[in-house]
Structure formats: structure tokens, C-alpha cells
Design a protein around this ligand. Structure first.
Ligand SMILES: [Fe+2]
Length: 469
């Protein structure tokens, strides 16, 4: 029996035990580095040399289907120039695209010139080289476009949340960069710059931009916003929510017919990824509610079998920290997540790792029904990866006993990877930062919620046959 099939059999057996087994609270005791931000003179924040040299370079998907990127960077001295030269290996800079430049102030801080350039019309599954900046100060990078939208396209996502800029953050970033992840799904709380005052807020956004560049300049980070992006700071005269975040991290929201960059969707390889905003209105009839209702009807599991939702505040989490902060969103959206058979919901916010079983609590209403989560095969698995390593430290206290919905939980820093193999199976790992070593700690093989474990199941259904449960 080939190794892949053997692994499948083993894990399918384990999966069959999933809802009958008690959850695990890991007893791992880690050696904790201090949760303090790395000093600004550390080399991880080094400013590239040269007049007006581009810094804080990062890319994100630029369209709905993965044939475009938005390239963003900052120059310190002049607004010139926002163009990107790009091309393939044999003619690296044959093409050019023109971007835009913006800047902003924040309590006395004046940002550098922030450039955003859409590079579109790309070929799938192709390595592109790009160059930004002028003359001796120019810098060169590359990225790989995803395979075309296809139900069996393999693709590996990394999932990182609540990263910050401490030595623990650096460990998470370095471990992720060794993981083979092709695109980051970022579940909010980027820089923790709002822990600073006045000018230092902007300065710590700049340092964070340089901190993540070794990954974010070379592969897309799919952004979602957390509470630390709100930056409502009236004591400093700053009352426009998400001001720094929105100036620095554009998203392709119009490509998914969203009217707000804080919520949107992209399709990549075999995945349809929906990004929600925990800190924008989502009650019934609001713009985000109406957009999500429409977007869910546009999901085509025959093209993108894997339906993934990102948000910041987790809906199911049994840590004492931030307990039930996702409850209001749960009451609005959970029934849709079940009806549309969402595969996975990733969140951050709680600084610990946790994975749920497939459960739902949609039968309760004010008058009747089950008043607690119950096993539900149509429900998503909820995963909290708020353990990137920011300066607030770990959330080490869980509800005891562990609730029945909680499958695995541990208060350590780390990141996750989701290796989509085909339309039916994906390998998932949570990787703890173990004082220098990369340790896969929680591993599951997920069956796709639409295709199950049988690649022919849906074809039988369409032909009128019996697909089983
Ligand atoms: Fe948060």
C-alpha cells in the first residue's frame, strides 16, 4: 500500500473516533522567552541602504482568482516612484505597472510615502521577478503565482495570527518560512503598534513592515484585521478606526464585490477564502451581512472545494481570555456556516492554540431547542491560532473541565499549515515553536465538507445515485 494511502487509512480511523474521544489539554510546559518587543536597532528591522530605498515590501492577492498581486512598499525620502518592473527569468523586467502613492499622519507621526501597485494579467503557476525603486537604491524580489482554479489543485497555506514583533514573533516567522507554506492566511493583530504612544505608534508599524518583509515580499499574505488595528485613540486625537492598517495593507475587496477592504473574498488554487471583520458591523441588514450572504452563494465547490473563513475573534474557544467575544458574530453567521458546509474557520485574538470538533449551536432560539453545542457533521472545525508571539504574552488559563467541543488546546507560540492535497483531503498541522525546533504538535487530516472522502461522491449525487452520509 503506498504511503499516502496508508496514512489516509490511519487518519480516517482516527477521524472516526473524533467525536467519541475526549479533548486534549496539552500539559507541555515551554521555556518562555520574555514577551518584549525586539529593540529597533536590531538587524531584523534594518533599513535598506540608499536614497529613497524601498522598504516594508509586501504583496497580497490582487484579484478574485489569483492572476494579480498588489505590491506595496514605503519610501522615506520622496514620493517617486510607484511603478513596478516585472517579468520572467529570461526577460526579467520586460513589463511595467504604475501604482499610486499615499501617506498619513498619526498623532505627530508622519508616514513615509506608501506605494501600492496592482500587477495583473499574470499567468498561473509562474515565477515572476519584480523590481521597485530607482537606480542604485532599487531592490529586486520574486513571487510564484498559484495554479489555476481547479478542484484538485494542491496548495499549502500557512496560518499566522497576533504576530507582533518580539523574539517569539521572530521564532514563529522563521519557523513558518521553513514550512513550505505558499501563502499566509493572517488572522489579525499585526504589529501591536497601538501598545505605543504618539510617534512610536507609526514607528512600530514601520518596523513591523520591515520585520515581515523576508516572507511577505515573496508570497501573498491574505490580511484580516484585529482589534489592534482599530487604533481608536482619542487621547492622541486619533479617532478614525483602522487608519494605519488601511493605508498600509490594501486588499482586493472590489474583486469580490465588497464595498469595504475589511471584508472580502479570494479564490486561490482549490480554496475559496472569505475574510470577515470582527470589528465592523455584521448584524442583519448591515453591509458586511449583505455581502457575506451574496458571497456564499458565489462559492462553487466544484471549482474550489475548500471553503475557509478568516476572522479575528474566535467563535468557539475555551480559554478564559476573551471568552465569548465571538458570541455575537456566532448568533448572526453560524447557521450560514453550517448550511454552506464551511470546512475550516481560522481565528486569532486568544494567545493560545485550540481546535474544535465539528459542532454547532444553531437549534437554540429564545423559545426552544438545544441550548448548547452539539456534534454536527455539517459544521466547520474552528481553529484559534492567536499564538504568533506578541508582547502581551500567552493566555495560559483554560476553562476546566475542557468543554466537549474542544478537541485540542495548548498555550504555546506557533503557526499552522494547511496542505490541501486534492478535492477530498487536506493535511493540517499546528507547529509549536519549541525553543528553536519546529515541532508539529496537533495533526489532522481533514475530509472536505462537500466532497467527503470520495472524489466521485458528488458525481453520483448529480446522477441521482445515493452518496451516503
Ligand atoms: Fe486581538
Amino acid at each position: 500500500m503506498p504511503l499516502f494511502q496508508f496514512l489516509l487509512v490511519v487518519v480516517l480511523v482516527l477521524n472516526s473516533l473524533e467525536n467519541g474521544s475526549a479533548g486534549i489539554t496539552s500539559t507541555y510546559i515551554r521555556t518562555e522567552w520574555p514577551s518584549t518587543d525586539i529593540p529597533l536597532d536590531n538587524q531584523v528591522f534594518e533599513i535598506p541602504k540608499g536614497h529613497n530605498a524601498p522598504q516594508q515590501v509586501h504583496i497580497t492577492q490582487g484579484d478574485y482568482d489569483g492572476k494579480a498581486v498588489i505590491i506595496s512598499w514605503v519610501t522615506a525620502d520622496e514620493p517617486c516612484c510607484s511603478n513596478v518592473k516585472y517579468g520572467l527569468l529570461d526577460n526579467k523586467y520586460e513589463f511595467s505597472a504604475q501604482g499610486i502613492v499615499t501617506n498619513y499622519t498619526f498623532s505627530g507621526y508622519k508616514s513615509g510615502y506608501i506605494h501600492h501597485c496592482l500587477v495583473d494579467g499574470l499567468e498561473y503557476d509562474t515565477k515572476y521577478y519584480y523590481k521597485i525603486g530607482e537606480g542604485d537604491s532599487s531592490r529586486e524580489f520574486w513571487f510564484q503565482t498559484p495554479p489555476k482554479i481547479d478542484p484538485d489543485a494542491p496548495y499549502t497555506f500557512g496560518i499566522i495570527g497576533d504576530l507582533g514583533q518580539t523574539y517569539n514573533s521572530l521564532s514563529t516567522l522563521e519557523h513558518y518560512m521553513q514550512s513550505g507554506g505558499q501563502t499566509v492566511l493572517f488572522v489579525g493583530d499585526l504589529s501591536y503598534a497601538d501598545r505605543y504612544q504618539h510617534n512610536d505608534v507609526g514607528i512600530r508599524w514601520d518596523s513591523w513592515g520591515r520585520f515581515v518583509e523576508p516572507s511577505a515580499a515573496y508570497q501573498p499574505w491574505i490580511w484580516s484585521a484585529g482589534n489592534h488595528e482599530i487604533e481608536y485613540m482619542p487621547e492622541m486625537g486619533e479617532v478614525l478606526p483602522f487608519k494605519s492598517y488601511l493605508h498600509r495593507f490594501p486588499t482586493p475587496h472590489t474583486a469580490s464585490r465588497s464595498t469595504n477592504p475589511l471584508w472580502y473574498a479570494v479564490r486561490r488554487a482549490s480554496a475559496h477564502i472569505i475574510v470577515l471583520s470582527s470589528y465592523s458591523s455584521y448584524a442583519k441588514y448591515t453591509p458586511q451581512w449583505r455581502w457575506l450572504r451574496e458571497e456564499l452563494t458565489r462559492v462553487d465547490r466544484d471549482k474550489t472545494p475548500w471553503l475557509i473563513v478568516l476572522m479575528h475573534a474566535p467563535i468557539y474557544n475555551s480559554n478564559l481570555a476573551h471568552y465569548m467575544e465571538g458570541e455575537s458574530m456566532r448568533t448572526v453567521f453560524e447557521s450560514w456556516f453550517v448550511r454552506f458546509k464551511v470546512d475550516l474557520i481560522f481565528a486569532g485574538h486568544v494567545h493560545a492554540y485550540e481546535r474544535s470538533y465539528r459542532i454547532s449551536n444553531i437549534y437554540y432560539n429564545v423559545s426552544s431547542g438545544d441550548q448548547y453545542p452539539v456534534p454536527d457533521k455539517s459544521a466547520p472545525v474552528y481553529i484559534t491560532v492567536g499564538d504568533g508571539g506578541n508582547q502581551e504574552g500567552l493566555a495560559g488559563r483554560f476553562w476546566d473541565p475542557q468543554p466537549e467541543y474542544s478537541a485540542f488546546r495548548e498555550a504555546s507560540y506557533g503557526h499552522s499549515t494547511l496542505e490541501i492535497k486534492n478535492r477530498t483531503h487536506a493535511f493540517y498541522h499546528w507547529n509549536r515553536n519549541d525553543d528553536g525546533k519546529n515541532v508539529p504538535t496537533d495533526s489532522v487530516i481533514f475530509n472536505n465538507q462537500y466532497w467527503g472522502s470520495n472524489p466521485h461522491r458528488r458525481r453520483h449525487l448529480k446522477a441521482g445515485g445515493h452518496a451516503g452520509s
